[in-house]
Design a binder for this molecule. Sequence first.
Ligand code: FUL
Length: 467
Amino acid sequence: MPLGFVDPPAPFSPLPAPRQLAWHELEFYGFLHFTVNTFTNREWGYGDESPAVFNPTDFDPDQIVDAAKDGGMKGLILTCKHHDGFCLWPSRYTEHSVKNSPFRRDVVKEISEACARAGLKFGVYLSPWDRNHKDYGSPEYLVYYRNQLRELLTNYGPVFEIFFDGANGGDGYYGGAYERREIDNRTYYDWPNTWQIVRDLQPNTVLFSDAGPDIRWVGNENGIAGETCWATSNRDDFSPGNADVARLNRGDRPGTHWVPAECDVSIRPGWFYHKLEDSQVKTPQQLVDLYYSSVGRGASFLLNLPPDRRGRIHDNDVRALREFRRLVEATFATNLAAGARISASNSRGGGRDRRFVPGNALDGSRHTYWATDDDVRTPSLTLELPREVSFSVVRLREYLPLGQRVEAVGLDQWQNGQWEEFGTATSIGNCRLIRGPRITTSRVRLRVTQASVCPAIAEFGLFAEPV
Ligand code: FUL
């Protein structure tokens, strides 16, 4: 049959922008927390640290980037300026930077170039709160902040994400004032116009904050998305630093905008390197669990790796991360459903249009999908395997350009001549991993039990975690 036999399903709004679709494909990337705190052994610098303290003894951007790459990360976001105000690049707008440290090198440049060499994306964290700057709290500071944003977006190549932190603790050095400064975080940064600078300079960058506009905080720093986690949010109810964490964790359905969640969490207890925490690096198994609670719930996994005082990633972190990658790859390298015969209770246009046939859910591509007729919202999809297989993970993906369409599904296995339910899930979106004990069967069925419109399923896969 020629294409065009039947129209594709109408998109279900809100929809992702192309920059968000590209971001969804990354799934796992890293954070680098590095500044004066690394040398003062603190988590939040006060802003009165001398640039002289920043002096890595053996800085190796390639070692840092390779550690991330070996762990399976697709990008790295660097704290170019944390709350203490110290800049890892020689900003024209302040003396409080690497240019006045004994180190003198441009860390932002070196990390961004190492990312480019290794094929990783590069992202930027620029703390809105600045405990060093004398003007913090007045309108002049916003001019400074925006100038810095322009520097980072013009001089360091493509930036895939900017992380806008909502944290604001009040007191600081502030150019010697040593006082408490309160701002109204809904209005002070004039976010719409600040964000517009990014849009103008790099339209493909995704903007992260509690309020998006592109990616939202997941509401905790433990790496755990809600068991139900929608890719959509009523983002205008929030501003950075001003949000309901329970709603961020779960999203809003149907929601006014596409603003999927990002799960930021550190591989150690702290965000910055502390020698005392060398023995508290998360284990590979703990990292795997976090993968399931973030990527497996439609969010992304942003894992922090803190460079140490040498300016390298500590061996313990490198090893844990590498083993994590091995475990994830061992699970997902083989789709046990690949050779199955797949059939559906309904396929759009009577199954004659190749764009919507069930086999599209098995071709390993998130760009093709199986869809049903408009009035069929609770169809089923059945895999008949050539022989019994043992699996412990089911992976589902929706075809995101048509929006988040499915609310809930059930999964059945064929056992003793009948169907037996072994799992249920809500909110599919980019990826839903249903993980359980090993199941051995020759037939598996996906039932869509609730959907707002006819489903468009891009993937239905079966995998086995290594024992
Ligand atoms: C928080 C900050 O206060 C932490 O220091 C860290 O940067 C984390 C990612 O965000 O809000």
